[in-house]
Design a protein around this ligand. Structure first.
Ligand SMILES: *[C@@H]1O[C@H](CO)[C@@H](O)[C@H](O)[C@H]1NC(C)=O
Ligand SMILES: *[C@@H]1O[C@H](CO)[C@@H](O)[C@H](O)[C@H]1NC(C)=O
Ligand SMILES: *[C@@H]1O[C@H](CO)[C@@H](O)[C@H](O)[C@H]1NC(C)=O
Length: 363
């Protein structure tokens, strides 16, 4: 994080200057409990946040305020966040008995803009064509996050349509999110398509984030922005309510600053969802960290340094992947659009016509 601190030293200074004020907010009770120490969102892990909640140094609402402050300062430079949730601030959590609450309780999460939320936030995959669409329900993973007490902070920018509209569109660019920037070196490639999710955690704009991957869209931006990404096996996390590319390859996974944060977030979102058939078989493999420990204890050899023999075929594009994805995209996208309660576009053909009509905004 040295480089980031260097680049944003002036913005960070402003942020640090406002911190004591933000944290001196009293709890409003007659006893006037005052926060005695300051909490820094820089590099804060879920465990750090939880400890601060437990020690009453921080409330969930104050944490949301700190992240919204950071977003308003840095997002004009980074374009990592498309929308923030107007309801995030009113979702004050009762964290009295924190040890009994799920680990994500009160923790702000940012979602890639292709992950549906049935709230005030739009879900558009970065495209103006989906602005004004109304989703039927929260995505399966969002339902789980809400059940875990997580606060949905907003929607992250991305490569539009998860980089499937055209490969010539720059990584991290969308008509709604503009050009997401790598916080370490603004001119460097932030990669995609879950660019905003990776940029946001790298720049401490949120505690943790979710991205999606069909082929590289979590791992590549995580790597480029020096954060941790996990692409779960297909079916481990529900794809229901997520703008699709391919049911054979799509997966929803965490992008975080630390491996343990990524595991906590993954633990919260894995599991069976009747709206995604693939989760049926995968739902047996739950609580990854626990299972890996069990495997080791029972004598299994867990390979940390796996070599996949046929990667060259995949990298060389000889696997037929592109053909499969092109065919599946049309089927899956039409199914997604059909499910929407309201939408200006109802088919891939409508989307193409929209983009051709509004070339100026959609490039
Ligand atoms: C969703 O999009 C509409 C139309 O642009 C906008 O008015 C509204 O503020 C957006 N919602 C949020 C939470 O930003
Ligand atoms: C950005 O990085 C990704 C992943 O390494 C690569 O596929 C893409 O071509 C790069 N884009 C540019 C403009 O270099
Ligand atoms: C991982 O694999 C590479 C290539 O085979 C090898 O050079 C390296 O030593 C391995 N690392 C570990 C920790 O086993």
């Amino acid at each position: 994080m040295v480089a980031l601190r260097f680049i944003f030293s002036s913005s960070l200074l402003i942020l640090l200057l406002v911190l004591p004020q933000a944290l001196l907010i009293s709890f409003g009770s007659a006893s006037q409990i005052r926060l005695t120490s300051t909490f820094s969102i820089q590099e804060a892990t879920i465990e750090d946040i939880r400890l601060a909640f437990k020690e009453k140094r921080l409330t969930s609402k104050q944490l949301v305020e700190l992240y919204l402050e950071a977003i308003s300062k840095l997002n004009p430079i980074l374009d990592a966040v498309i929308e923030t949730n107007p309801d995030a601030l009113i979702q004050e959590r009762d964290l009295k008995d924190i040890t009994k609450l799920p680990i994500l309780d009160g923790v702000p999460v940012l979602l890639k803009d292709s992950i549906s939320t049935k709230d005030k936030l739009n879900t558009t995959a970065g495209s103006l064509a989906l602005l004004g669409s109304v989703v039927a329900r929260d995505a399966g993973v969002v339902k789980r996050l809400r059940e875990s007490g997580a606060v949905i902070l907003g929607k992250a920018s991305l490569s539009e349509w998860a980089h499937f509209r055209s490969f010539s569109i720059p990584d991290g660019w969308s008509a709604r999110g503009l050009q997401g920037k790598n916080p370490y070196v603004l001119s460097a490639n932030s990669s995609g398509s879950s660019s905003g999710s990776a940029i946001s955690v790298a720049a401490n704009l949120v505690a943790v984030s979710l991205g999606t991957e069909t082929d590289g869209s979590i791992l590549s931006p995580a790597s480029r922005n020096s954060v941790v990404g996990i692409k779960p096996s297909v079916g481990l996390t529900s794809r229901a309510g997520v703008v699709p590319i391919s049911l054979r390859q799509d997966s929803i996974g965490p992008i975080c600053r630390t491996v343990s944060d990524a595991v906590h977030l993954l633990d919260a979102i894995v599991g069976y969802d009747p709206l995604d058939e693939a989760t049926k078989t995968a739902s047996n493999i739950l609580r990854l960290d626990h299972h890996i420990k069990t495997f080791r204890r029972e004598g299994a050899i867990v390979i940390d340094n796996l070599t996949i023999p046929n990667t060259q075929v995949i990298v060389d594009g000889k696997s037929g992947e592109e053909t499969a994805l092109l065919a599946e995209f049309k089927i899956e996208l039409n199914a997604y659009l059909k499910e929407l309660v309201k939408s200006p576009v109802r088919s891939l053909a409508d989307v193409i016509a929209y983009i051709e009509e509004f070339t100026e905004q959609e490039k």
